[in-house]
Design a protein around this ligand. Structure first.
Ligand SMILES: Cc1cc2nc3c(=O)[nH]c(=O)nc-3n(C[C@H](O)[C@H](O)[C@H](O)COP(=O)(O)OP(=O)(O)OC[C@H]3O[C@@H](n4cnc5c(N)ncnc54)[C@H](O)[C@@H]3O)c2cc1C
Length: 538
């Protein structure tokens, strides 16, 4: 692998603030929770801004998030590799859509090239963060019992990180191996075995073609079909690799992919049945079904969705339908209702014998902050405030929770995820720099900004295929809480321009260096715990 060397000399951009407000370095201490694409982006952007007082707490033993956890056979990205990577580190990818192992190597490489590793604390889960409205800082609690003070807390927990385990009766009694794709158990040899894969979303569409040639018999349980578009993934040729050795060529390819996607996402056209692009893509999907499965009318009937495109997350695959046609593969177009020690029972009551049970049952994306509780001003938790309806300004900030930021928060899913994550990380950095520049200790979004923004979102969902389809985007009340309804450019514009105008700022009396009774000589609040100085302690 060759990669462009990061050009920034980090020390050269350091801008310390008021050390009495932010002792001992003059920069706020930042706790980032989660070390996937989001947490790493935030760390790099903080370093580029000269802010080194941060720690990334990651519950896994290594960085990478999604690509650390999901190691199932066939795991690979759906978005073109040159787009699904950071703007600050292009790469000499081996494929149009790279596989998990290569993405994992990329993440490790980013961590090392930008000097992030000393900022990481691996195998360390954060359980909650409690705001102190006198001192204007959070007390962050780790699962082991340790407490860490932080001026700013950034949640980078991801959207698809909390698996959905089914509650089928009898599941516990299944005699053979059973596991979720999020934790694939590679120690089981599937050769010649009867394997049941439950679910037909993006993950199953990768697993099925990967294991079908190996297993004896493969049962694929489908509750409702997804729209499938051909992916066209392939290895790059040596000539293409040689061309992409030049960073400029990679940048051009990235821009080409961005523009291609942006044209479909612009004003949410792709999500709106009846728009030119939506109609065209649905027609492509339909002809892909009839073309790929022309000799199997039973499969054509079973895999054709009865809801408008895209409805739920579309599946990108060029080999899933072919795998379904194999002699040893059977698509069971039924939900699973229970499990016996030796098989899986479908909604018609038919038992299908199986030796291995693979749960490709996805995640809990609407369960935002599933592993992290945040207590804000007035002692209310963020989940109490949301009351089952997660909402935030630009998906990043929540009224009542000063200095708390979410990456991949409510209504930010879709399209160019890594692009979104970078914009959110920049939003955090701008707020932190504002604290230093304006010598304030709390930055908080106004309630009115959150409300106005969410009313705008509601209007944007009208006319999309999402409200009328079954998908994982909705809260129990039916509100779309995961999706961003437009293109990446509009999101970037919002994050670049709306932060400052939507915020209020305050300075903690207990930390005010101008107040006669404030603090100790070093400016730390009385009784304040030792501030986090990430680089030398992590
Ligand atoms: C199988 C799969 C395939 C995907 N394919 C694509 C794709 O093709 N294209 C695309 O755009 N997106 C895809 N995604 C979405 C993908 O999650 C995002 O693209 C991106 O990786 C999100 O990065 P993240 O850092 O926000 O979250 P994640 O990568 O999920 O990272 C979150 C991290 O937070 C950690 N964490 C969680 N709770 C805590 C806690 N309490 N304390 C400490 N650490 C914690 C987790 O261990 C994890 O490492 C896919 C997701 C999955 C699951």
């Amino acid at each position: 692998m060759t990669a462009r060397r990061p050009g920034t000399t980090l020390a050269a951009v350091s801008r310390p603030g008021d050390v009495r407000l932010f002792p001992p370095h003059g920069t706020p201490t930042v706790v980032i929770v989660g070390g996937g694409f989001g947490g790493i982006a935030c760390g790099v952007k903080l370093l580029k801004a000269g802010i080194e007082t941060f720690t990334i707490f990651e519950k896994s033993p290594g960085p990478g998030g999604t690509w650390w956890d999901n190691r199932y056979p066939g795991a690979e990205v759906d978005v073109a590799s040159h787009l699904y990577s950071y703007s600050f580190l292009s790469y000499d990818w081996s494929r149009t859509h790279v596989r998990q192992a290569e993405l994992q190597r990329y993440m490790e490489d980013v961590v090392d090239r930008f000097g992030l590793r000393p900022h990481f604390r691996f195998s360390t889960a954060v359980s909650d963060a409690v705001w102190d409205d006198e001192r204007h800082r959070y007390m962050v609690h780790l699962e082991g019992g340790e407490e860490v003070p932080a001026d700013v807390v950034v949640s980078a927990l991801g959207l698809l990180n909390h698996p959905r385990y089914p509650d089928w009766p009898g599941l516990e009694d299944f005699a053979g191996p059973k596991f979720h794709t999020f934790r694939w158990e590679h120690e089981h040899d599937l050769t010649g075995r009867r394997v049941a894969v439950v679910g037909t979303g993006s993950t199953a569409a990768q697993v099925v073609p990967a294991i079908a040639p190996v297993v004896g018999r493969l049962l694929v349980f489908q509750r409702e079909p997804g729209w499938v578009t051909p992916k066209g993934d392939r290895d790059y040729t040596p000539e293409e690799r040689a061309a992409f050795a030049r960073p400029l060529a990679r940048r051009i390819e990235r821009t080409r992919q961005f523009v291609r996607l942006e044209r479909m996402q612009f004003r949410g056209a792709i999500h709106r049945p009846g728009s030119t692009v939506n109609t065209r893509i649905e027609a492509v999907c339909r002809s892909y079904i009839t073309g790929a499965l022309k000799d199997r009318p039973d499969l054509v009937e079973a895999v054709t969705p009865r809801y408008p495109f895209p409805g739920k997350r579309p599946v990108l695959s060029s080999d899933y339908y072919n795998a379904l046609k194999r002699d040893n593969v059977e698509l069971v177009p039924k939900a699973v209702t229970r499990v016996t020690p030796t098989g899986v029972v479908d909604a018609d009551g038919v038992e299908h014998p199986a030796d291995v049970l693979v749960m490709a049952t996805g995640f809990q994306p609407t369960n935002f902050l599933a592993t992290l509780e945040v207590v804000g001003r007035g002692g209310r938790t963020i989940h109490e405030v949301w009351d089952g309806e997660p909402r935030a300004f630009l998906g990043i900030t929540v009224h009542g929770f000063p200095n708390f930021y979410m990456l991949y928060g409510p209504n930010t899913n879709g399209g160019e995820i890594v692009h979104h994550l970078e914009r959110q990380a920049e939003y955090v950095v701008r707020a932190v720099r504002r604290m230093m520049r304006e010598r304030v200790t709390a930055v908080e979004v106004r309630a009115g900004a959150v409300d106005t923004y969410n009313r705008w979102l509601e209007r944007r969902f009208a006319g999309t295929a999402w409200p009328v389809s079954n998908n994982y985007y909705k809260s129990p009340s039916g509100r779309i809480v995961t999706q961003w309804p437009d293109g990446a450019l509009l999101y970037a514009l919002g994050t670049k321009t709306l932060g400052r105008v939507s915020e209020t700022t305050r300075r903690a009396p207990a930390r005010d260096p101008e107040a006669p009774t404030a603090g100790r000589r070093d400016g730390a609040a009385p009784g304040a715990a030792r501030p986090l100085a990430a680089p030398d302690r992590a």
